[in-house]
Design a binder for this molecule. Sequence first.
Ligand code: FE
Length: 296
Amino acid sequence: MTEDFVNSPAVQTLLDRASGLDAEGGDKRLKAITRDLVEAVMKTIVRHDVTESEFWAAIQYFQNGAAEFGLIVPGVGLEHFIDLFMDAKDTEAGRTGGTPRTIEGPLYVAGAPLVEGDVNLSDDADDTGTLYMSGVIKGPDGEPVNGAILHVWHANSQGWYSHFDPTGEQTPFNNRRRIRIGGDGRYAFHSKMPNGYSVPPGGATDRLMQALGRHGNRPAHVHFFIEAPGYRMLTTQINFGDDPFAADDFAFGTREGLLPVPNRQGDTATIAFDFELQKADASSEEAFSARARAVA
Ligand code: FE
């Protein structure tokens, strides 16, 4: 059978009714998106002759894996796709330049201590070296950005993030800070060196990756948000360019321009990295996206 089956009057009528097209109330945009999404699932079912048992196994996978959606979404490339889509729309609108955006991931926590100066991110002891990172936050003309807040968060040497550490051993906001940047645009911090990590073994993401013949590893990396008056909010991260997974990130978060190779000496690693922000066209662009985030 071909996908034409989905175009049959019975199925098309079903789609119209299921998405509320013939109903008075409801949200028009949501109706249209729901219809297209369900139709795409139907076409996939027909194209691959998905059996009833396979269909219910998939539904159960999503039900049981709900807690890991924040990892499944980057794992299947959708979070990176959203970045590519926003990039393409920017290009179309003639908006180029600046530090590339890349995925946020699910592990930001709002409310980290707001600090200034040369900052230590790490509250807890950790059996790892020290990372030193510094640079300038600039605008499109090379001007230092005034009044920026740099949000930074990363994992510990075991690949765990504070607030999400199953060992329960990390102090809240360990390796998390908001750094208030002065008029010179300069930032500097040091911390206990992060390591890469894998998705939880045996979890929904891991099982999907294994079934796809893939792995669930990320290289060592540091996450950032940068917000500043008059500039576009930037969501990005740097991944260590010398990490074995630098070119094979399961989450597709590594991007050209975001892979600095640390200068390693003994057990210290130094990264010099300047950020370049785009000007905001509207005040809404200065704000965070509406994603639900943990608050502590
Ligand atoms: Fe991360």
